[in-house]
Design a protein around this ligand. Structure first.
Ligand SMILES: N[C@@H](CCC(=O)N[C@@H](CS)C(=O)NCC(=O)O)C(=O)O
Length: 218
């Protein structure tokens, strides 16, 4: 039975993007179930019919349901070991999981102030000190990975993996809000933006016409 991935609007749903990329970048077949976000009770009930969390993404694999983007990436890594979503080396794997968890549980100021909205005209906004500190820390994470593992390939740990899927929406946030970063971090952004799966998601998001007013404020 084909995997089903329940996702929200590609224009806005950064969490959906992570899980979708982890599958698509590895050519893992799945059926996409699109449910528009914040449209009202009917669509909320549709999400709830897949996952009691009421949030996307959710991955359905037969009678197994996995909700939450990081849990989905972990599940894909176990289910499709050939995708090598985490580094083989234990220390590198621990590093990849640490930065993925740090991404998942942090950077609130950046997330709040620079929502992913692919339609938004590119341009800088005034950011809080907390958001600027978040940006500095993300740059540090990327640059450290590039320095340590750059010889193995252009992504954080060589080939595209789970940590890259976790940080992919940040690449859009930095791009959309014209956030300037150091050259090594910029190289990483360029690598991500040239990934065919990243481009496919982006084109599909740009083709969407649905607008979520509350995400259009900045
Ligand atoms: N921790 C969750 C967060 C998921 C989440 O907040 N999803 C948002 C969309 S990006 C959502 O489903 N919102 C719909 C709602 O709250 O009704 C994850 O990583 O998957």
């Amino acid at each position: 039975m084909a995997l089903k991935l329940v996702i929200g609007n590609k224009n806005y749903s950064s969490w959906s993007m992570r899980a979708w990329l982890a599958l698509r970048a590895n050519n893992i077949e799945f059926e996409e179930v699109f449910i528009p976000l914040y449209t009202g009770e009917a669509d909320k009930q549709r999400i709830l019919s897949f996952t009691h969390s009421g949030k996307v993404p959710a991955l359905i694999d037969g009678d197994v349901t996995i909700w939450d983007s990081l849990a989905i990436i972990e599940y894909i890594a176990e289910r499709f070991p050939e995708a090598r979503l985490w580094p083989e080396d234990r220390a590198r794997r621990a590093h990849a999981r640490s930065i993925s968890a740090e991404m998942h549980s942090g950077f609130m100021a950046l997330r709040n102030e620079c929502g992913m909205n692919l339609h938004r005209p590119i341009g800088a906004i005034a950011l809080s000190a907390d958001a600027r500190a978040n940006i500095g820390r993300i740059e540090q994470i990327w640059i450290e990975c590039r320095w340590r593992y750059g010889k193995m390939g252009p992504f954080l740990f060589g080939d595209f993996g789970g940590a890259d899927a976790m940080f992919a929406p940040v690449v859009h946030r930095f791009r959309i809000y014209a956030i300037e970063v150091a050259p090594d971090a910029r190289d990483y952004m360029d690598t991500m933006m040239s990934l065919p799966a990243f481009q496919e998601w982006t084109q599909a998001g740009l083709a969407e016409t649905l607008v979520i007013e509350k995400f259009e404020a900045v």
